[in-house]
Design a binder for this molecule. Structure first.
Ligand code: FE2
Length: 374
C-alpha cells in the first residue's frame, strides 16, 4: 500500500514545472526594422538591446515588452553566421520559445534524460544585477525551448543586454500574455511530437481535432493541443491532411522549409479595443464573410458584446461548455506565408475556437488562392 501511495504521488508530481512563457525569440533579416514594426503595429515597448555596442560582435538583438510578453528580435551581422543560414532557409520566424522555470539545470536534466536533444547545456550568466541560469532543448524543426531561471536576477532582461531607449514610443495595444503557440509539423508527424511533449516534457493532450472537424471542401489539417501540468503553457500541434488541394499546413511547410511555429496567440481583456488599435496601426487581419454574423447568437448563444463592432472588425466567436471566446487572426507578418498572430479574449472558454475553423479556413484559402498556392 505504501508503494502504491509513493507511485501515485510520483505520477502526480510535475517533473517539469513551468511558470509560463519567458520570451519568444524571432530570427529576422533586419532586427532594427522588425523592432520598429512590432512597436508601431503591435504596441510593443523598448526594453533591452544587445549588439556590437554592448560587446556582442556577431548579432544584434532587440527585446520588446508588452505586459507579460517579451519578444526578442535577433539578426546576424555576418553572411557566414549560422543564423544567416537559418534565415535563408526559413525567412523570418520563431527560433526560441523560452519557458520560465524555477530550476533550469533540473529542467535540462529531466528533459534530456527522457530523450530530448540538448540545444544548450545548463549555464549561468552573471552581471551586477545577479544571475540567470538557462538551458535548452530542441523541439520540432529547428525550433528550440530554452528554460530560463531568473529568481536571482533583478536586471531588465539578462546579462549582456543594456537598457534600450528611444524617443519613439507608441502606446501599447492591450496585449497581455502568450495564450498558446502553435506548431506545424510534417505529414504523419503530429503523434510523434505529441509523444515528445508527453514523454519528454510531461505535457497532456487536452484536445484533439481530426480532419473531418477541420476541413473545408479543399484542404484539411489535424490538430492536437498539448498542455503542461498547470495549463500555463499550451502548444497545439498541426499536421496537414489530404484534401482536394494543398493544405494550409503544407503551404507553411513548403515556404518555411521545415516544421516550425505557425502562430502565436496573444490574450487581451478587450478585444474590440485592441483590434481597433492594431487595425488603425496597419496590422492586417483575415476577414470572414459578413454572413458569419447573421446567425451568430443562434450558433454561440448570448454574448455580452455588441455584434456590430465584431462584424466591423472581423472578430470571431466560439463557445464551449465553460464559456465563450473571441478571436481573430492576422495575415502572415512576413512575405512568406508562414508566421502569423492570433488575438484572443477568453470569457470562460478554455478551447481554441474549433467552431470557427471552417469559416476561418475558407478565409485562409481565399488568401492562399490569391498567392497561387491552393
Ligand atoms: Fe490559436
Amino acid at each position: 500500500m505504501k508503494t502504491e501511495l509513493v507511485e501515485n504521488i510520483t505520477q502526480n508530481i510535475d517533473f517539469l514545472p513551468l511558470k509560463g512563457t519567458d520570451f519568444i525569440e524571432l530570427y529576422v533579416g533586419n532586427a532594427k526594422q522588425a523592432a520598429h514594426f512590432y512597436k508601431t503595429a503591435f504596441g510593443f515597448q523598448n526594453l533591452a538591446y544587445a549588439g556590437p555596442e554592448t560587446g556582442v560582435k556577431d548579432r544584434a538583438s532587440y527585446v520588446l515588452i508588452q505586459n507579460k510578453i517579451r519578444l526578442v528580435l535577433t539578426t546576424p551581422l555576418f553572411p557566414e553566421h549560422p543564423i544567416s543560414e537559418q534565415l535563408t532557409k526559413h525567412g523570418d520566424g520563431v527560433k526560441i520559445i523560452a519557458l520560465w522555470v524555477d530550476d533550469a539545470y533540473d529542467a535540462h536534466l529531466q528533459t534530456t534524460s527522457r530523450g530530448a536533444e540538448s540545444y544548450m547545456d545548463p549555464q549561468t550568466l552573471e552581471d551586477e544585477n545577479g544571475e540567470i541560469r538557462m538551458s535548452g532543448i530542441y523541439t520540432y524543426g529547428e525550433t528550440v525551448h530554452l528554460f530560463i531561471e531568473r529568481h536571482n536576477y533583478t536586471g531588465l532582461f539578462m546579462p549582456g543586454y543594456q537598457k534600450w531607449e528611444s524617443h519613439y514610443n507608441p502606446e501599447p495595444a492591450g496585449l497581455l500574455y502568450v495564450d498558446h503557440c502553435v506548431g506545424n509539423v510534417g505529414w504523419n508527424q503530429m503523434d510523434k511530437w505529441v509523444k515528445f511533449y508527453e514523454d519528454v516534457m510531461g505535457f497532456r493532450n487536452i484536445l484533439t481535432f481530426d480532419d473531418k472537424q477541420i476541413s473545408t471542401e479543399y484542404s484539411a489539417l489535424m490538430s492536437k493541443v498539448m498542455s503542461n501540468g498547470n495549463g500555463y503553457v499550451k502548444f497545439p500541434i498541426n499536421e496537414p491532411a489530404e484534401g482536394k488541394k494543398r493544405s494550409q499546413v503544407e503551404e507553411y511547410l513548403d515556404f518555411y522549409g521545415d516544421e516550425g511555429v505557425q502562430h502565436i496567440a496573444i490574450a487581451t481583456h478587450d478585444i474590440v479595443d485592441t483590434v481597433t488599435k492594431l487595425q488603425d496601426r496597419g496590422v492586417e487581419f483575415l476577414k470572414v464573410p459578413a454572413v458569419y454574423y447573421d446567425d451568430l447568437e443562434q450558433r454561440v448563444g448570448k454574448i455580452e458584446e455588441d455584434i456590430e463592432p465584431l462584424k466591423h472588425l472581423g472578430i470571431l466567436v466560439d463557445r464551449d461548455e465553460e464559456g465563450y471566446l473571441l478571436q481573430i487572426f492576422t495575415k502572415p507578418v512576413e512575405d512568406r506565408p508562414t508566421l502569423f498572430f492570433e488575438i484572443i479574449q477568453r470569457k470562460g472558454a478554455k478551447s481554441f475556437g474549433a467552431g470557427n475553423f471552417k469559416a476561418l479556413f475558407e478565409a485562409l484559402e481565399r488568401e492562399q488562392e490569391l498567392r497561387g498556392n491552393l
